[in-house]
Design a protein around this ligand. Structure first.
Ligand code: PMP
Length: 284
């Protein structure tokens, strides 16, 4: 596998990052994950806009223009012969020197890493036929979830706990209200209306979320951007999640309670189809 490190394309075992890197020592880094279908990037401009925002919020310089990022992504897709798969991109604040909470000088070069992996079943994902089971867990993350940092320990712990409970993922809950999944945005459907938490610092502003809500509105579906409780979710007609790697994934069970007949709902299935069709048509 060929990885990208600070402008170079290297075999993975030759890519080396300093032990003083702030990404390693302090999780002082942001990332993006973009899916690739038929060798083309899905929702790419959205991912680069969010990257620029995350970097801006942390005062890390954006090392590349969007055109340069596009060229790097394309090079990675080509060199690794990705048909269906993912591109991971991470930018850290770079080498922090002696351990210090104070940031290193502003001209410290950020560390840029990209790698890819194949995911042949990205579209024909068998999980989309059966849907996910989710378990609710407390959301004890920090309060800037809108910044896509690599500080992912709690989401990882929550995913492990969900798996231990026989679920596919956790829906995180704060003050009785669902925020989002460990690595995806959460939705319920009631009486035909699609309900998902409004954007704020409480959740990541999903790129797939933005596209799916746009397509839903274009298809004359009702969208309500508001918080919902766990009780409301359990009583919903259907539920689903969105992310760059799962696209639209139906949710069929919440905390052991089956939704509807326990099969993926019709709104969720339709949105998955629309999203795949439209996002592939717009892929670059
Ligand atoms: N919320 C969280 C916490 C996430 O980690 C992700 C995916 N990285 C999402 C939502 C979904 O965002 P996107 O659709 O841009 O992948």
């Amino acid at each position: 596998r060929i990885v990208h490190l600070n402008g170079e394309y290297l075999p993975e075992d030759q890519a080396k990052v300093s032990v003083f890197d702030r990404g390693f020592v302090m999780a002082d880094a942001v990332y993006e994950v973009t899916s690739v279908l038929d060798g083309k990037l899905i929702d790419f401009p959205g991912h680069m806009a969010r990257l620029a925002r995350s970097l801006g919020e942390l005062g890390i310089q954006n090392p590349h223009s969007d055109d340069e990022w596009l060229a790097i992504h394309r090079e990675m897709v080509a060199r690794n012969e990705i048909t269906h798969g993912m591109v991971y991109l991470q930018v850290s604040r770079g080498n922090g020197g002696d351990r210090d909470f104070v940031y290193p000088p502003a001209d410290t070069p950020p560390t840029v890493v990209l790698y890819t992996w194949q995911k042949p079943q990205l579209i024909d994902n068998p999980a989309a036929e059966t849907g996910w089971k989710v378990c609710t867990l407390p959301d004890i993350r920090w309060h800037r979830r809108d910044i896509k940092t690599v500080q992912l320990l709690y989401p990882s712990m929550a995913k492990m706990e969900a798996k231990a409970r026989g679920c596919d993922d956790a829906w995180l809950v704060e003050n009785g209200l669902v925020t989002e999944g460990t690595s995806n945005n959460a939705y319920i459907v009631k009486g035909g209306a699609i309900i998902t938490r409004a954007l704020s610092n409480d959740i990541l502003h999903g790129i797939t979320r933005a596209a799916v809500l746009r397509f839903a509105r274009e298809a004359q579906m009702t969208v309500e951007e508001r918080s919902f409780t766990v009780e409301e979710a359990i009583a919903a007609d259907e539920a689903f999640i969105t992310s760059a790697s799962a696209f639209v994934m139906p949710v069929v069970e919440i905390d052991g309670v089956r939704l509807g007949d326990g099969a993926p709902g019709k709104v969720s299935r339709r949105l998955r189809e629309i999203y795949l069709e439209e996002s592939r048509a717009a892929a670059i």
